[in-house]
Ligand binder design. Structure first.
Ligand SMILES: [Zn+2]
Length: 420
């Protein structure tokens, strides 16, 4: 229930509440149309179509819009070769205020398998659920944000902050060619920002970092009948894996002081062998064996130190075994992110969440990264929050709950009304 004490919604809260409930068809229809534009990534399809559609919807709400196409040199820098033009849509509701509150949503979705019960690109409404690829991740949130703007406009709520929305591509491949580009180039205004995150009474305030490496163990290949003539890279790898096992134990004791929804996720982690390669034939001593490492960093750690821990193990190992050689190549790296704390912003967001959910609002760090990190890295107070369903992001039969769409609209409406 929307009860906005001391807020600019005072006296209007019941009307807005009733409007959001009575007019939920708007959000359902809008989300359905978004699901039916298959913005599948990779490779990134129909981006121009969805940006055009969203631009029209924003204009209907009286927002002014701008489109920024991510340039080719940025695409090639981040390995984006195929698919649509990367169109970033920015929509403004200028209140002539000093500060701007920015809400970002990504519009790309991951591919769907043929295991879906329904057609993933046709929205199917069943009870409180809307099924479709992207319903939860995160087209549902786009519907919630626009629905909130519509309600505030409808009731002429005077805002003390400018609202800027962005709808961006490529979050599902890291976001550097979507929101990352906009933030890097200073094309968005954001004194406070929100983007993808948890839902319900959970607000996201940061995410872990990630370091991916590929480790190559070079021995010497030989005939299986004459193993003394070779150096078995697989057996060497086994010894190396034991050394990394010690690192894994050590870092698992490092726990973030920040809250995480799942206490077990408070630790730094290391996963080995997600990718594994080596060995050609049964009667050959393997000469080269490769395996991957996936290291996740808590907000208190940094990439350089994490790299050094790995490199030190390898250095020692190479010094000990002179007849083999281990190399590491870091293929992906990204530091952790944590929001700058802004008391007023955090309070407005947690109050909104508490009013709508009736539960204590909880701030936590997410194990995986979303686009909110681009704001955080720039020192902008930024939080993650989005509409939810069955937490089936990226899996078959993804859905969002209509109740969550409406509640998320209420949360955004309250935040917009109370900021500034
Ligand atoms: Zn997402």
């Amino acid at each position: 229930m929307l009860k906005a004490q001391g807020s600019r919604l005072k006296g209007k809260e019941d009307k807005i509440n009733n409007f959001l409930i009575a007019d939920k068809k708007y959000a359902i229809k809008l989300l359905s149309r978004l699901i039916e534009i298959p913005t599948v990534n990779p490779p990134g399809e129909n981006y121009e179509r969805i940006a055009f559609f969203l631009e029209k919807e924003c204009k209907k709400l009286g927002l002014s819009t701008k489109k920024y196409v991510t340039p080719k040199n940025v695409l090639s820098k981040f390995g984006v070769k195929y698919g649509s033009k990367r169109v970033n849509l920015v929509a403004d509701m200028d209140m002539e205020a000093e500060k701007t509150f920015h809400i970002n949503s990504h519009y790309d979705v991951v591919p769907a398998t043929d295991k879906w019960i329904t057609d993933p690109f046709v929205a199917v409404v069943k009870g409180d659920r809307i099924y479709g690829r992207g319903s939860e991740d995160m087209k549902g949130n786009i519907a919630s944000v626009l629905f909130a703007v519509r309600a505030l406009k409808r009731f002429g709520v005077k805002l003390k902050v400018n609202i800027q929305l962005s709808f961006t591509p490529d979050e599902e491949i890291g976001g550097r060619t979507g929101l990352g580009y906009l933030v890097e180039k200073g094309l968005v205004k954001a004194d406070y920002a929100m983007s993808e995150g948890c839902s319900g009474n959970h607000i996201s305030m940061g995410n872990k970092g990630v370091l991916w490496g590929e480790i190559e163990v070079i021995g010497k290949s030989a005939h299986g009948s004459l193993p003394h003539k070779g150096v078995n890279s697989f057996e060497r790898m086994n010894a190396l894996v034991n050394e990394f096992g010690k690192l894994k134990d050590k870092i698992s004791k490092r726990k973030t002081r920040h809250n995480m929804r799942d206490a077990i996720s408070k630790s730094a982690t290391l996963v080995m062998g997600g990718f594994l390669e080596g060995g050609l034939k049964v009667n050959v001593v393997p000469g080269i064996t490769k395996f991957s490492i996936d290291r996740r960093l808590i907000p208190e750690e940094n990439i350089d130190a994490a790299k050094k821990e790995i490199e030190d193990i390898i250095k020692k190992f190479n010094a000990r075994y002179k007849d083999s050689k281990v190399n590491v190549r870091f293929v992906s790296q990204e530091g952790p992110a944590i929001s700058r704390k802004d008391e007023m912003f955090f309070k407005v967001v947690s109050d909104a969440v508490e009013i709508v959910t009736g539960k204590h609002a909880d701030f936590s760090v997410m194990p995986g990264a979303t686009d909110m990190r681009y704001f955080m890295w720039k020192g902008i107070p930024a939080l993650g929050y989005s509409a939810s369903g069955g937490e089936k992001w990226h899996s078959d039969d993804e859905f969002v709950c209509i109740d969550s769409l409406i509640d998320t609209s209420k949360v955004f409406a309250l935040i917009m009304a109370n900021l500034g």
